[in-house]
Design a protein around this ligand. Sequence first.
Ligand SMILES: *Cc1c(COP(=O)(O)O)cnc(C)c1O
Length: 436
Amino acid sequence: MQDESELTGATARRRPKPDVLEIGGRKLKPATLMMGHGYDPALSEGSLKAPIFLTSTFVFENAAAGKRHFEGVTGKRPGGAEGLVYSRFNGPNQEILEDRLGVWEDAEDALTFSSGMSAIATLLLTFVQPGDVIVHSGPLYAATETLIGRILGRFGVQWLDFPAGATREEIEAVMDRAKSLGRVSLIYLESPANPTNVLVDVQAVAAARDTLFAEQRPPIAIDNTFLGPLWSKPLEHGADLSVYSLTKYAGGHSDLVAGGVVGAKALITPIRMMRNTIGTITDPNTAWMLLRSLETLELRMSRAGENAARVCGFFQGHPKVESVGYLGFLESGSDARQADIYRRHCSGAGSTFSLYLRGGEREAFAFLDALKIAKLAVSLGGTETLASAPAAMTHLSVPDERRKALGISDNLVRISIGVEDADDLIADFEQALRAI
Ligand SMILES: *Cc1c(COP(=O)(O)O)cnc(C)c1O
């Protein structure tokens, strides 16, 4: 592709030459590639870091190059634009970011978006048509449920769901029913589910899909925001597309909003076409910030994960704590099925968990109001520790009965652990529990 564009003079080729991906047959790890992959300083005055390309459009070398680029943009030629065209389609910062984001899951291709929700919306618009059926795991992120149920519902799209922990037989039964309702065009998962932390068996979903859909297999997309890209790599377990709110762990500093989709090229290409049309690409500033963030992704997530293990160890068995919903306790717990999924699908327990206090809303609020280090805010995956009460905040709009079924009780506190000193955090939680 680069050779061809050399012939016709494509605009602003920024691919590093050569891009070092291995040394002596040793494939370089993501943590190493985050410092340079996809960027050549020689193309930007030797600047060590990629400049932020604040431009709405790119100058073509000649008319033939412009035509070729538009053939890529409009899908006349597969693979997308070969050069830089117009900032609603692509840009250097976004392309470098996409190259690096894909590395973590060894994905063929990647796209970035203006938010996690715009990534999800663009994905849904790409694959789903009126009359189609979406099969999904439940619960989903509230805005995703709204998008599928209420907004796509207006266009005659139906959905059926199975609970996140469902067995292969249960998943197959739901898929079978969905087939009788219409064309199943997408299987959409979220694991672990928020705020219950229940894991989806992606391998079982893929096996069920392959059994029930011999031809025209609906793609499996999964929201991997909570454990990805470090602790969970669902493409390895049969998912076709891995979806991210990059606002969370990938961004990691609670200072930006962005989204991503990584996976098979054949599926990414039509999503890119949709993104080109509706303009849900991430902006250059945010893309640049994410390049900064990805350099420390492994460091940040590892530290946060270690901190969470320490903090959850402190909470467990505390007299004012009823229970702790933390993936790290699955292996020693009583739910053999969830423990089995965890062993097969996860390489770490994450740093976001559910704390059930003894009591109700009064106790939860007293705890939250007494915190001195942890901040009272929704969101997760940042360097700072956050705590919130889902029943009164993120899930306030969920009907009472459904809330009960999902275990979103008034005594639930949701905590995302950051990279602070673990003993300081424990001291803070200890004094907050005393204040109840
Ligand atoms: C935050 C979040 C989203 C939405 O992402 P935005 O970047 O806020 O649009 C989607 N899924 C999950 C699991 C999330 O946590």
